[in-house]
Structure formats: C-alpha cells, structure tokens
Ligand binder design. Sequence first.
Ligand SMILES: Cc1cc2nc3c(=O)[nH]c(=O)nc-3n(C[C@H](O)[C@H](O)[C@H](O)COP(=O)(O)OP(=O)(O)OC[C@H]3O[C@@H](n4cnc5c(N)ncnc54)[C@H](O)[C@@H]3O)c2cc1C
Length: 380
Amino acid sequence: MSLKIAVVGAGPAGCMAACNLNKDFEITLFDKQSPLKTLLPTGGGKCNLAHAEFDFKELVKNYPRGEKFLYSAFSRFGTAETISFFENIGVKTYIRDDKRIFPISNSSKDVRNKILDKLHHCKFQKEEIISIKKLSTGFELTSKKSKYYFDIVIISTGGKSGYKILQDLGHTISEPKPSLVGFKTTPCLKELQGVSIRNCKIICDKKEFIGDIIFTDNGISGPAIFELSSINARKEFPYNITIDFLNSDIDLQELFNNNPHKNLGNLLSEYLPKSLIHEIIKTNLNEKCHAIRSNTKELINMTLRNFVFEINGTRKDGEIVTCGGINLNEINPKTFESKKISSLYVCGEVLDADGLCGGYNLQLCWSSGYLCATDVNLKE
Ligand SMILES: Cc1cc2nc3c(=O)[nH]c(=O)nc-3n(C[C@H](O)[C@H](O)[C@H](O)COP(=O)(O)OP(=O)(O)OC[C@H]3O[C@@H](n4cnc5c(N)ncnc54)[C@H](O)[C@@H]3O)c2cc1C
C-alpha cells in the first residue's frame, strides 16, 4: 500500500512539496481556493521567484526572522537549485540588474501553469481543513464536509491561517504581524499621494534604510519603507522616523551662495519634486536665495534632511508577508518535520521566518517545500 500524504494549503510552498514527493504516494492537496492563486500577484504579476544570491551564507542574511534556522536548508536547496528546478519544469529565468530573478515570460500565470502541469498525479480537494488530529498511526483531517485519513501531513497554510490547527496539535505560534508593508503616518501629506522620491535615507533607532519612497493617501510606502517595516515588524506603534529627502553631499548653504539670484522654489526643484517642496517648505518659495535669512536657510536644511514622521500603523499594501508563525524551535531545520509530532511537516510562510523584498519569501517556500518532500520520500 502506498503512503497517503495530505498537503494542507496549495500555495507556492505546498505545491513545491507536492511536486517533489515520490510519485508512488497517494497525494491530496487541500485548499479553500484554487491552487497557487497566491502566486498570481507576486512581483506585480511577473513573479519575482528568487534573488540572485548564490552564497547561502549571504542569502540567509536577508531574513529578519529565521536567519539561523534557514542556514541548513539554503545550503542544500538555495538559489541555484531553484533556478534548476524551474528550468526542469520549463520555466526559464533571467536575472535583473537589481539581482531579482523572474521567469523569462514575466508572467506568474505561466509559472503557476508550469507547476500545476507537474501536479497532474495529485488530487485537488477544494476544501478548508478546520482541524487535524494525531491518531496512534496517521492523522484525521476534518473539513466542513468530511473527515479524511492520511499517514503524513504537510502544513503549508501561509501567513494568514492555519495557526489554530497547529496550536491544537500542541505547537506554539509567535504572534503574526504584517511585514513588507506601507505605513500610516502623521503628517500624512495626502496631497503628495503618488509622488515618489528616489534614494532617500530613512533613520530609525540609529539604523539607516536607503531607497525609494512613495507618498500614499494616508502615509508612505515604497521599497525603503518595506524594508523598514520588516526590520521593525515587532516594534510597537507609534514611533518616529526621520527622512533625509536629499541624501547626498549637497551643501545647501553653498548652493544658496552660488545661486544668489535664483528663486528658492526653482533651485530646490532641481533636486526634488516641486510638489514636495511646495508641501513641506513653509517659506516664500519665490524669494531669491540671497534674500533668505540664515535661520530660514537652517530651517529649510532641517526640513529636507531631517523630516520627522510619526509612524502610527501599517497600510494594507506591499508584499504583505507575515512576521510570526510556528515557533522554529519546534521544527527540525533539516527536514521541516515537527519535533513534537512525527510525520507532521510544516513549510512556507506559516513558519516564523520571513525575508525582505526581492524574491526571498518565495525562496523560503521553494526550499522548505522541497526539503520536507525529500524527507517524506525517505519514509516507508
Ligand atoms: C501582493 C504580493 C506580492 C508578492 N510578491 C512576491 C514576490 O514577487 N516575491 C516573493 O518572494 N514573495 C512575494 N510575495 C510573498 C509570497 O507571495 C508569499 O511569501 C508566498 O505566497 C507564501 O507562500 P505559502 O505557500 O507559504 O503560503 P500562501 O501563498 O499564503 O498559500 C497558502 C495556501 O493555503 C490555503 N489555506 C490556508 N489555510 C487553509 C486551510 N485551513 N485549509 C485549506 N487551505 C488553506 C490558502 O488558501 C492558500 O492558497 C508577495 C506577496 C503579496 C501579497
């Protein structure tokens, strides 16, 4: 008799596990929605499926949660193995200048279809699993419609659900918090909605984050903010950050001295968007530089280089991954099997591990999914 395997959650992690399970097993994928639906919006629909960091010791540094835990996994299934896996299923990839890896088709739909092609031997069950009970041999899975029995269970329910099932099985969960998100701020500078500023420097708790930001209807977002939100995912609101919009060597005093007859607004808008200047500089922008008083110049300098925002909470935008999940001390980092319940495996975002923007979160799914399948394949 072949082993019966249940994969609960057919997102990237669960599907990666199913793809790599021994084809002789009887495999059922449960999902409350269509399989791999969560892959479709990734990378803005283009699917940033990994990051071109081929040294696993460097790769792990991009995971604010899980760095040590993922060391072993990435040493065995890292970026190179991910590229080969996709190549083997017919997804050729390319590396962008910023080291993000995408399919040549630039289509997450294409990646989804290629993965699903590899799963034709699996059974899909469109149902939500509401509880899992460990029996003396195997597991009982309960949905609203029915009960099912399996020898081995892989839980890959992502960052939004599945925690209760794991808690009922005796696992502990670190509190889920959103990461890679925008922030609600005071002031919110709503009039600047859609305006982006390139290469700002954000300072928070003496840490610096450099990158682009974009103003939104109620705060700020963009790559630099996502990174900050990941590092600070567990920090209590409210807290303050300062932004250096200029983030360059420009000496404003010198600039004013060298351009005495230029009007202030025109001069500053050579460096920053006009709309930003008009919104935050509370002085007469038509004034000629030579006429500006020195304390006003100092105020302009402070405003552009040390603009303070109070961060009040998170927005519902960005990649939105979950910081938090199943306690990593309870999972074997080599096999992704539960240390508490044998034959129970956990992979993907449901783990208390998450990465920065750039393909790291999908890499976590591919690596953990692959490695738990490899271990299941060793079971008789
Ligand atoms: C807009 C957006 C863009 C992103 N872009 C990128 C990117 O370009 N690169 C990158 O690396 N990461 C990206 N991410 C993050 C990445 O999508 C996630 O890290 C990844 O999807 C997690 O995969 P997973 O399989 O662990 O969980 P999920 O993708 O969340 O899948 C879990 C699945 O389990 C199902 N499920 C949950 N509970 C149950 C249950 N009880 N019974 C049955 N089914 C259940 C869900 O329906 C879901 O289909 C992005 C995220 C978002 C939101």
